[in-house]
Design a protein around this ligand. Structure first.
Ligand SMILES: Nc1ncnc2c1ncn2[C@@H]1O[C@H](COP(=O)(O)OP(=O)(O)O)[C@@H](O)[C@H]1O
Ligand SMILES: [Mg+2]
Length: 261
């Protein structure tokens, strides 16, 4: 899959929620043939900077490959000149400090809302909820919790968003040599869907098959899509982690089941 490179051509507004409060921009390619609204995570708003942006892009490609709905990603060039029309000086500074490439996700419209606190999983979404739990275990994402669902939801449809703190193992000391092991990861017990899925029969067959189809070449192509200015040693750690889990797939899936027992 190729990732579009666009530039932010007009500032729309800041998102009301989220820790970093990303910005909505109209974004276009060079010839203005491709254009759309994107929610842009600004490099200067992310503590882990390039690693956070790379995590967003790898996670969204992985989600798409595994057929877990997520907004289409893009790489967005931000030029500080765009701040001329922005009165908020703190935001203007953040945008100026984010000059260069940032992560964008296509703006989801049409009545999607943040997953409400305390919402039980509807039967029609139970299978997908299991797979999202397994996905967050795969990418070791601690940032999908009741008070921070990072899911946009409408009826039987949803999108997962916000993977900047995914791949949290890159910060772990010491790092584990068995990345498919999960039972020590306390954050999984705080996952948005944990209480609802715990003790239930979980069907991970489709997810297992999809992950089985993730070849090293496919993973390499996702990593190649990371812009050079975001690449660092953490990107290699992420690549190795996914390949290791993929090579120990049955153990990993057993671990997901064990956590949910
Ligand atoms: N692609 C998108 N379409 C629509 N709304 C989005 C999209 N991405 C993010 N948002 C909205 O912006 C908020 C913040 O985005 P998020 O990626 O969660 O950033 P943060 O790291 O600041 O939490 C989300 O809670 C959601 O309401
Ligand atoms: Mg968020």
């Amino acid at each position: 899959m190729s990732i579009p490179y666009l530039h932010a051509s007009s500032y729309q507004r800041r998102m009301e929620s989220g820790r970093t409060r990303p910005c909505l921009f109209m974004c276009e390619d060079e010839n203005s043939e491709l254009y759309d609204y994107y929610v842009v995570k600004l490099k200067a708003g992310i503590d882990s900077r390039e690693t956070g942006l790379a995590s967003e892009l790898i996670a969204s490609q992985l989600a798409m490959f595994l057929d877990i709905p997520t907004p289409e990603p893009a790489i967005i060039r931000v030029d500080p000149a765009i701040t001329e029309v922005i009165g908020d000086t703190e935001l203007a500074t953040k945008i100026t400090e984010s000059a260069g490439l940032n992560f964008g996700s296509k703006f989801i419209t049409g009545g999607f809302k943040t997953w409400p606190i305390g919402e039980a999983i509807p039967l029609s979404l139970k299978q997908l909820a299991c797979e999202i739990f397994a996905f967050d275990a795969l990418i070791q994402n601690p940032d999908r919790k009741a008070d921070k669902p990072n899911i946009l939801w409408k009826g039987e449809d949803l999108y997962i968003i916000d993977h900047e703190t995914g791949f949290s193992f890159v910060y772990a000391l010491p790092s584990t040599d068995k990345p498919w092991q999960l039972t020590h990861l306390d954050f999984l017990k705080k996952h948005l869907f944990y209480q609802n899925l715990k003790g239930q029969k979980v069907n991970l067959d489709r997810f297992t098959g999809a992950l089985e189809a993730l070849s090293t070449q496919k993973m390499d192509s996702m990593v190649l899509n990371i812009p050079d200015e975001w690449k660092n040693a953490n990107v290699s750690k992420i690549d190795e982690h996914i390949n290791e889990v993929r090579n120990n797939l049955n153990e990993f899936i057993d671990e997901v089941r064990r956590v949910l027992q």
